[in-house]
Design a protein around this ligand. Structure first.
Ligand code: SF4
Ligand code: SF4
Length: 718
C-alpha cells in the first residue's frame, strides 16, 4: 500500500522495489505468459464486441444505480435479507461491526474482497476486538504478513514459496517444507478449523442482481463457498457499482472476466446466493444474511460525465498484468489499495488526492492497459485527466508551468532550442552524443547516451529540400514534432524522399510546433489545448489529403487527443475532428495508401528486428504496415520477443522516473540482442533516442534507425 506524501519519498520506495529481484522475476514471468493465456481463452471470440457489450451493460446499470439499489433492496427484504447502505467506508465498517456484536459473533472468516480492502475492514473489526481470518490463500498470507495485496487477483504474487514456508513455520511453530502442494495443505489444515469455529462469514460479490436479489461470486479456491455457507451469519460487502439488472447481464460479464483476468474460460467456482438458507447452528434454524452496499463516492462518480466509466471496472486485474511500470515495481508501489491503471485513477475518488498525487505521475502512457481492459475504460486518458485535475486543485510545479508556457509560444520555444544548440558545442563528444549531462541529471540519467540538438533544424532545411512532384497522387502536410524537427531532421528528410519518390506532394506548414503531448503528460491541460489549437490552425487551408507524421506519439496525440481536448471549444471542435480524420502514420501512408512496391528496393539481407512504438501499435492500431515495409525494403526481418512492449521512454516520464525507464530499456535491449539482428528499426524519434542511446551506453553492435532511414537506404536509384 503506497502512502507516502512526497514525490521524493515515493521515488525512494520505487527504487527499493526495483531492487526486489524475486518480485521482478515473478511479475515478468506472469507478464510474458499472460497474453498467450488470454488469447487462448478468447480463441474464436470477438473480444472487441464482448468488451463493448460489457461497457454497455455497465454504463446502463450505472445510469440506473439508485433505481437498481431500490429494486434489489425490495426484493431482498422479501427473502429475509437485511440490506444496508453505507455512505462511507467508515459507515460500512461500523455497520458490519454492529451486525457482529448484535449477533454475538466474535470469530469471523472472510473471503477475498477488494471492497473490504477499500474500507480497511479487517483493521476496523480487529480494533473492535473481533477475530478475522482471511481464507483465500494469498489473502491469508498477506494478512499474516500485515501487508496489502500486490495484485487484485493474485494478492501474494510478490512472494516466493521460501518466504511463505518461513511464514507458515512461524505461524504453526513447526518447520514447513517449501513445496507449493505442501504449503497449500498447511493452509487448508489451519483454515479448516476456523470455518468450523466461525460465527460469521464475510464475502464480497462480483455481481448484485436487482431482479432476484441475488449476489454472484467468481472464485478459484472454494473458500468463498465455505465462508458463505458454514457460519450462522453471512455479510456481503458490495460496491454499488456491482448492481446489475439481471442474471443475463452478469453471465455476459462472466464470459469476459475470468478470460481476461487469468486466461481461464471460467473460474473453478461460480456461486449464486439468493437469500438465507437453513442453518443448523443458528437459533432460528436459518442463516442470518446481510448485504451492505457501499457508496463511498460511487453515486456521485456514476454521474460524472468524464469519470463514470471507471465504475465499469470488473476488477480483473488485467491492466496491471500488462503494465510495464507495474511489472517493474509491483502493486505496493503501483497503487494505494486498488492496483494498476485503474488504481491510479480510483485512488483519487475513494482515498483522496494525497494518496493519488504521486501515483498518477508514474504512468508512461503506453496504452497497454486500455488495450486489454475488460470494460473498455480509456485508462491512460483518465490518468492524465486526474493528473491535470490534481494540479488544478493544488499547485502546478514550476517545471510543468514553464514547460506549458514554453510550448504555447512556438517562436520562444524554437529560439530556446537554437540557443541551446549553440551552447552545447563544448559537451558534444566525438561519437556524436552529449559527453556529459548537467549535474542535476547526470547520475540517474546515465543509462543512455543523449543526442545533441541538430545544427540545422528541419524547418530551416525545408526551403532547400522542398520537392516538387508533377501530378501527385496524394497531397500531404508533414507534421514534424519537435524531436524530429530539432534533433533528428534526417529522419524527416528520409521520409520526404520516400513520399515524393512514390508520388506524394509534401508540404511543411511552418507555423506548426510541438504536438503538445509533453504538456498533457505534465498535467498542463490548458497549455496542451492551446498548442492543439495552434497546430490545427497551422495546417488549416493547406488543402491536403493527409497529415502524415513520422512520430508515433505525435500521430496518436493528434488523432485521438486533439478532438477530446477541443470538444468543449465550439470554435474549434469541428476543425479538430476534421484534422484528426486526416492524420496518418508514416508506415501506414507508405504501405496502405501509396502501396509502394517491393521491386523499387534492392535486397540488402540485413538482419533486422523491429520495436513497435506503443503509440503506433496501440495508439494508431498500425501493426502490419511496418513489417511490410521492412520486407519490401529487402531487409531480413527477425521478430523480437515482446515487440509491442514499451521501450521505457515516455517523453517526460523518462526524465521523472529514470530508474524505471532504465530498467524497462534494459529488458527491451535484452530481447533485441537475443534476435542477433544488426539493425533495429522503429517508427518514433523518442524510441530511437531511448534505444539508440541505450545501445550506445551498453556498447552493443547494433544500428538503431527510424524506419524511414532504414527503408530509404535500400531504394533503387532511378
Ligand atoms: S498507460 Fe501504460 S504505464 Fe500507464 S497505467 Fe496503462 S499500462 Fe501502465
Ligand atoms: S480497469 Fe479494466 S483491466 Fe483494469 S481491473 Fe478494471 S476491468 Fe480489469
Amino acid at each position: 500500500m503506497q502512502t507516502v506524501t512526497s514525490l521524493k519519498a515515493y521515488k525512494a520506495n520505487v527504487d527499493e522495489a526495483l531492487r526486489n529481484r524475486f518480485q521482478r522475476q515473478a511479475l515478468d514471468n506472469f507478464a510474458v505468459t499472460y497474453p498467450t493465456g488470454r488469447a487462448n481463452a478468447f480463441a474464436g471470440m470477438n473480444i472487441a464486441e464482448l468488451v463493448d457489450k460489457v461497457a454497455d451493460i455497465k454504463d446502463r446499470a450505472l445510469g440506473r444505480m439508485d433505481e437498481l439499489y431500490a429494486q434489489f433492496k425490495a426484493n431482498a427484504e422479501k427473502k429475509g435479507i437485511h440490506v444496508h447502505l453505507a455512505a462511507t467506508a467508515l459507515d460500512a465498517n461500523a455497520i458490519i461491526a454492529d451486525i457482529a456484536k448484535t449477533g454475538r459473533a466474535t470469530r469471523i472468516v472472510k473471503s477475498k474482497s477488494m471492497t473490504a480492502e477499500e474500507t480497511l475492514l479487517n483493521h476496523y473489526l480487529e480494533s473492535e476486538g473481533l477475530e478475522v481470518t482471511e481464507t483465500d490463500l494469498g489473502e491469508w498470507i498477506i494478512q499474516l504478513r500485515h501487508e496489502g495485496p500486490t495484485h487484485m487477483v493474485m494478492p501474494a504474487i510478490h512472494l516466493s514459496r521460501h518466504q511463505v514456508a518461513d511464514l507458515f513455520s512461524e505461524v504453526t511453530g513447526k518447520r514447513q517444507e517449501t513445496e507449493i502442494e505442501r504449503l497449500v495443505k498447511v493452509a487448508r489444515r489451519e483454515l479448516r478449523q476456523k470455518y468450523v469455529e466461525a460465527d460469521m462469514g464475510i464475502s464480497g460479490a462480483n455481481f448484485a442482481l436487482a431482479d432476484t436479489a441475488t449476489i454472484g461470486l467468481t472464485t478459484n479456491e472454494g473458500n468463498a463457498r465455505l465462508v458463505t455457507t458454514l457460519p450462522r451469519i453471512h455479510v456481503a460487502l458490495v460496491g454499488l457499482d456491482k448492481l446489475l439488472p439481471s442474471l443475463e447481464d452478469a453471465l455476459h460479464i462472466n464470459r469476459v472476466l475470468p478470460r481476461n483476468a487469468t486466461g481461464q474460460q471460467i473460474t473453478s467456482y461460480v456461486t449464486w446466493i439468493t437469500g438465507p438458507t437453513p442453518c443448523a447452528v443458528a437459533d432460528s434454524g436459518r442463516k442470518e444474511m446481510h448485504i451492505v452496499f457501499l457508496d463511498n463516492g460511487r453515486r456521485a462518480l456514476a454521474k460524472d460525465p468524464v469519470f463514470s466509466q471507471v465504475l465499469r471496472c470488473v476488477r480483473c486485474g488485467a491492466c496491471a498484468n500488462v503494465c510495464p511500470v507495474y511489472r517493474m515495481v509491483g502493486g505496493h508501489q503501483y497503487g494505494h489499495i486498488y492496483i494498476g491503471a485503474i488504481g491510479l485513477i480510483i485512488t483519487y475518488f475513494f482515498h483522496g488526492r494525497d494518496k493519488a498525487k504521486n501515483l498518477v505521475q508514474n504512468c508512461i502512457n503506453c496504452g497497454a492497459c486500455k488495450a486489454v481492459c475488460a470494460a473498455g475504460i480509456d485508462l491512460p486518458r483518465l490518468i492524465k485527466e486526474i493528473h491535470a485535475r490534481i494540479q488544478d486543485e493544488t499547485d502546478h510545479p514550476l517545471s510543468s508551468i514553464l514547460l506549458g508556457k514554453l510550448l504555447s509560444h512556438r517562436k520562444l520555444f524554437h529560439q530556446l532550442l537554437r540557443t541551446a544548440q549553440k551552447a552545447q558545442a563544448p559537451v558534444v563528444g566525438e561519437n556524436g552524443y552529449l559527453r556529459h549531462l548537467p549535474l542535476i541529471l547526470s547520475k540517474e540519467h546515465n543509462f543512455r547516451a543523449l543526442p545533441p540538438i541538430a545544427r540545422t533544424p528541419f524547418r530551416e532545411r525545408w526551403p532547400k529540400i522542398k520537392p516538387s512532384v508533377a501530378n501527385p497522387i496524394q497531397r500531404v502536410a508533414l507534421f514534424a514534432g519537435c524531436v524530429q524537427d530539432f534533433v533528428y531532421p534526417e529522419q524527416l528528410e528520409a521520409g520526404v524522399a520516400l513520399m515524393t519518390r512514390f508520388g506524394a506532394a509534401v508540404d511543411f506548414p511552418m507555423q506548426q510546433s510541438c504536438c503538445g503531448l509533453p504538456a498533457l503528460m505534465m498535467g498542463e491541460k490548458t497549455a496542451a489545448r492551446d498548442v492543439a489549437r495552434r497546430n490545427i490552425l497551422a495546417m488549416r487551408g493547406s488543402g491536403v489529403d493527409q497529415i502524415v507524421t513520422l512520430c508515433a506519439s505525435c500521430a496518436s496525440h493528434l488523432k485521438h487527443n486533439y478532438p477530446q481536448l477541443l470538444a468543449d471549444d465550439p470554435a474549434m471542435r469541428e476543425a479538430a475532428e476534421q484534422f484528426s480524420e486526416r492524420v496518418v502514420a508514416f508506415s501506414s501512408f507508405m504501405n496502405d495508401i501509396l502501396e509502394i512496391p517491393a521491386d523499387a528496393f534492392r535486397s540488402s539481407g540485413t538482419q533486422t528486428t523491429y520495436h513497435a512504438p506503443c503509440h503506433l501499435c496501440r495508439g494508431m492500431g498500425v501493426r502490419h504496415a511496418p513489417h511490410e515495409l521492412i520486407r519490401k525494403a529487402g531487409l531480413a526481418f527477425v521478430p523480437a520477443r515482446e515487440e509491442e512492449t514499451c521501450c521505457g521512454f515516455g517523453g517526460s516520464y523518462s526524465g521523472k522516473f529514470p530508474q524505471i525507464s532504465a530498467q524497462i530499456l534494459e529488458s527491451k535491449l535484452a530481447d533485441v540482442a537475443a534476435t542477433g539482428a544488426d539493425l533495429l528499426v522503429t517508427e518514433c524519434p523518442g524510441c530511437v533516442m531511448q534505444l539508440r542511446g541505450g545501445a550506445e551506453k551498453k556498447g552493443m553492435k547494433l544500428s538503431v534507425k527510424h524506419i524511414a532511414e532504414a527503408v530509404v537506404q535500400t531504394l533503387e536509384k532511378t
